[in-house]
Design a protein around this ligand. Sequence first.
Ligand SMILES: Nc1ncnc2c1ncn2[C@@H]1O[C@H](COP(=O)(O)OP(=O)(O)OP(=O)(O)O)[C@@H](O)[C@H]1O
Length: 205
Amino acid sequence: MARTRRATAAPAPAATVTMTPAAMRQAIAEGVNAILDERAAAQQAQNGGIGVQAAPAAHYHLTLWQYRDAVVDLLWRYEVTAGDTPYTSAARFEDLNISHELLKGLYVAMQFERPSKVQSITLPMILSPLYKSLVAQAHNGSGKTTCFALGMLSRVDPKMAAPQAICICPTRELAIQNYSFILDWSFNVLVEFRIGDSGCLKEMF
Ligand SMILES: Nc1ncnc2c1ncn2[C@@H]1O[C@H](COP(=O)(O)OP(=O)(O)OP(=O)(O)O)[C@@H](O)[C@H]1O
């Protein structure tokens, strides 16, 4: 149901809009309010024209959570602005500055069809100039590992036989998990990966 309602209130397409974070927050608030207004109107119609009371804050947050997909979709429609550099979110992996080998890994080895939401927003920031630092937060299993793995691999030069990227993990288990993920999808990229501890780093450099 939320999807149908959202379609009627669709904002302008990404290509025409550049937004600051504040303007984006405002647009999200307006989008969510529009959804809530429609919902209240529908309830009012169901109640024979009797209006419903304004939602208390806790209820509003709960509703916002229920409509999180709508919020993310609204976010996704706009250009993402980081500092003074605007990035357009990517709908396809081909829209990104990634090599043929890495694309093949995504499509053939991993069988991904298109970027997840966190990927579509963060990958343009990681893969295009000015290559700014990025801190991203998203749900478990939303595709964050692919973001930083792609970021690392796309900046490595396979012709240079020297350590070029380090992925620091809080536990050895996570390091092993990331290692096997990267091995799986970068099967055709001529780069060597090692897993180790601080001693291993000394040895490598
Ligand atoms: N674009 C995509 N299309 C389809 N599947 C994907 C995509 N990106 C990631 N996945 C798959 O979704 C699963 C979770 O991805 P990933 O491990 O990158 O998420 P995560 O956000 O890092 O998870 P966690 O927070 O648990 O570390 C994996 O099986 C991965 O292969």
